[in-house]
Design a protein around this ligand. Structure first.
Ligand code: MN
Length: 128
């Protein structure tokens, strides 16, 4: 079964782009447009990887990540932050919040696929 990826992203165009890229590689995709919706989706059924937009209405993506990491069962969940701010210091904030990686928008298609494949391969290797 192909890996399942949850995209938490409030911008419809970014959502569509990410979904299209992932589906083009055969991944199964689920969507949430707020942090709360995303957290509920994760608790309902654990995805293999989460793409977490940092800037979300209401609860932001880094706060959501910190909340998720408080759950012992979710400490190994792969969370990759998506942020529009390619500013120095962002990566540190993202990693401190508990994300595994960081991707700046606009999405670089080649890097996007490479990063997701790398994390999923690491996950598969660990679970063997
Ligand atoms: Mn956003």
């Amino acid at each position: 079964m192909s890996a399942e990826i949850l995209i938490i992203e409030d911008n419809p165009l970014n959502m569509e782009l990410a979904r299209d890229l992932l589906e083009s590689r055969g991944y199964r995709v689920r969507e949430a447009i707020t942090a709360m919706e995303g957290i509920e989706a994760i608790h309902a059924s654990l995805p293999d990887l989460v793409l977490m937009d940092v800037q979300l209405p209401g609860m932001d993506g880094l706060t959501a990540t910190r909340l998720l990491r408080q759950d012992e069962n979710l400490k190994d969940l792969i969370i990759i932050a998506l942020t529009a701010h390619a500013m120095k210091g962002d990566e540190q904030k993202v990693m401190e919040a508990g994300c595994n990686g960081y991707m700046s928008k606009p999405i670089n298609t080649r890097l996007f696929h490479a990063m997701i494949a790398r994390f999923l391969q690491e996950k598969a290797a660990k679970s063997q």
